[in-house]
Structure formats: C-alpha cells, structure tokens
Write a protein that binds this ligand. Structure first.
Ligand SMILES: *Cc1c(COP(=O)(O)O)cnc(C)c1O
Length: 358
C-alpha cells in the first residue's frame, strides 16, 4: 500500500474560480495561465478541466504548451516568454502557439524564419523584467513591417508589478504608460492583468486578462485569503498521522530540539515533510487540521515527517488524514507562516506526492 500522503485536486472548484475570473474580467476574455504544471496541480488535467470554458491558455515555455497539445486541446497557447531558441519559431507556427516577443534577439529569430506564427509584443511599462520600452515600439514596428510579419502581430502585453496592493499607485502608472505607449496602433489587442488586477476596482483589463493563482484558489491580494475573495480551494494536501505520543514537560521534539514542551502534551507525527514540498520554514504554530479540528505544527519540519500538537484533537488516531492545507486550513495561511506566497507552496509539491482528481 502506498502511503496516503496525497494532493486532492477539486476540478469543480477550479472551474468555479475560472468562471469568477471571467466574470471579473468583464468585456475582456481570460486566458487561463497553467504554467509550472498548472501551478503544481497537473497541467494536463487542469487544461482539460477548463477546455469548455477557456478560449486560450498561457504558459512559460514550449514544453508546457506541447503538454496542452498532447492532451488533445486545440486552443491557442500563449508563450509568455516567447521563444527560447531560433528553432522554436517553427514549433509555434506548427502548433498555433502565440509567443510574446520581448527582445530584439527574438525579433531576429522571427525575421530569419520562414515560419510566421501569430505573436505578441511585450511592453515594459515599469516591471523592468522583460519587454520593449514604449519609446522603442516605433522602431520595433518598423522592423516587423520590414520582415512582412505585421499581419501576424496580435497585440501588446504588459505585466503589473504591484497589483497585489490596492493602495499602490504603480498599477495606474503602468496602465497609463501602456495605454500611451501603444496608442498609435489602436487596431491591435491589449493584454494586461494577473489575478490580482481582477480585484482592483476600475482597473481596465482591455482585450485579454491572464489569471493564474486565482484559478487555483490562492489569494493574489495582500492581506486577503482566497475564500474572502470568493475563491474556492482547489488543492487539499493530506498526509496520514503516523503515531501519537505524550511528551512530558521539558522534553524536546525533533531536529535541533527546537520545540520544548512547557507542559505534558499529546503530539503526533505526520507523514509529510520538505521532501514532499511542504515548506521547511513553516515553524511552530503553523496551522493544520485533523478530524475537523485545527491543530498546530511544533518544532522543525523534517524531510519526510513533521510534528503536530494534538491538544485540540485528543481523539486523533494513527492513520487519520491530517490536512496541511485545503478547506479547513487555507493555503494562504500556511504561506504566511512560512514567509512565502501560496504560489511557491503549490508549485513546490514534489513528484513524490500523487495528485488525485475529483
Ligand atoms: C504568471 C503570469 C501571470 C499570472 O499571474 P498570477 O499572479 O498567477 O495570476 C500573468 N501574466 C504573466 C506574464 C505571468 O508570467
């Protein structure tokens, strides 16, 4: 029997969250961002579950786009980083992938190829990771005209740095910069908006928005948890209770003897650790749940195990399923305890943990 450490994936919740993204996007259409193996949920089942709803997918790289084609899906797939080498241009055109070109090297690959995929241009409106500055666009457009690729250009893409913070003025500044910088080409489409931008009042999302984390139930907004935004958790991470024991006052638990019992305490060991992707930085007091009761971690997370305080769940028995995150304990809460974001937790679940779909 395999150990019952498992990530249960609720595909109905995924569809609920996509429907919310599409509703919040208003007149824009929402391309489903399924990079990083569907944020750790499995790109193939995630893409298939959204097949009737999502008019487009977005991924980081060609391999991910090919996984969508392997699943038998025909929707266009946006490659958010464009091509990674010259030969990718041909694959894009053969498979209806839409690369987002962000630099002159990629433009040269396109110019030198006989293939002509449809494509987008990345505009750097202030994130300063990738993209052409607005001032460079006239020259870029001239180069595209010169290579005879103008009819294949779908439009402009930009990405927000601070949309998770409604109090930040940056998103409005970036939007303004993007609108001004692309105003000369009103016939082309525009794509802005990670998940967080869907929750900003009065934020225009133009033609295509790009929700990712919200599809999986993680909160994109600072200080909020997913359910407060109407999102349903998609992943429930569970592991079995291996053993229970009573530690006496003054006894220490786990590596570094990092936690010492102040009083006699019923504790348990759970069969999950950082080798499964559970964050090692989740310290004492990180929440978990068993038998519907919230409990807390104690001491250091090991590779294959972690310790919990069962004071709140005295009836817990070996074999019981412990929820590390899901409906009782929000992934955003665990992320906050580990000083990270739900994105890192979900994408970090390792291949040792089987995914089960419902
Ligand atoms: C990952 C990504 C998204 C999705 O972001 P979320 O915060 O997960 O919604 C959108 N656009 C680009 C360019 C991305 O890289």
């Amino acid at each position: 029997m395999p150990r019952s450490t498992i990530a249960r994936i609720d595909l109905q919740a995924l569809r609920h969250n996509y429907a919310l993204a599409q509703k919040l996007a208003g007149s824009a259409r929402a391309m489903a961002v399924v990079k990083a193996d569907g944020y750790g949920h499995g790109i193939r089942p995630v893409a298939l579950a959204l097949a009737e709803m999502a008019p487009k997918y977005a991924v980081a790289c060609l391999e991910e786009a090919l996984a969508i084609r392997d699943a038998g899906l025909r929707q266009p797939v946006v490659l958010l980083q464009g091509m990674h080498e010259a030969g990718d241009v041909r694959d894009c055109s053969a498979h209806d992938f839409e690369p987002v070109l962000h630099c002159s090297t990629q433009l040269n690959w396109l110019a030198q190829s006989e293939s002509r995929p449809e494509f987008w241009l990345k505009v750097n409106s202030g994130m300063n990771r990738l993209g052409f500055r607005p001032a460079e666009l006239p020259e870029v457009m001239a180069a595209i005209d010169a290579m005879g690729a103008r009819s294949r250009l779908l439009g402009f893409v930009t990405h927000f740095a601070c949309a998770d913070d409604p109090a930040s003025a940056r998103t409005a500044e970036q939007t303004e910069c993007f609108v001004r910088g692309t105003a000369a080409w009103p016939d082309l489409m525009r794509s802005v908006g990670n998940s967080a931008a869907h929750f900003l009042p009065d934020q225009p999302l133009f033609d295509w928005s790009r929700p990712g984390i919200m599809l999986y139930g993680g909160s994109p907004s600072l200080g909020k948890i997913g359910p407060e935004l109407g999102l349903q958790p998609v992943m429930t991470l569970e592991a079995p209770l291996l053993s229970t024991r009573i530690v006496k006052a003054g006894e220490a638990v786990g590596y570094g003897s990092a936690w010492v019992a102040e009083r006699e305490t019923l504790m348990g060991m759970v069969a999950i650790g950082y080798g499964d992707g559970y964050p090692r930085h989740a310290g004492t007091d990180t929440p978990a749940a068993v038998r519907g009761q919230r409990i807390r971690l104690i001491g250091r997370v090991s590779m294959d195990m972690l310790a919990v305080d069962l004071t709140n769940a005295p009836d817990a028995r070996p074999g019981d399923a412990v929820e590390l995150w899901g409906r009782t304990v929000g992934v955003d809460e665990v992320a906050a305890c580990a000083n990270t974001i739900s994105y890192e937790l979900m994408t970090g679940i390792t291949a040792r943990v089987p995914r089960e779909y419902r």
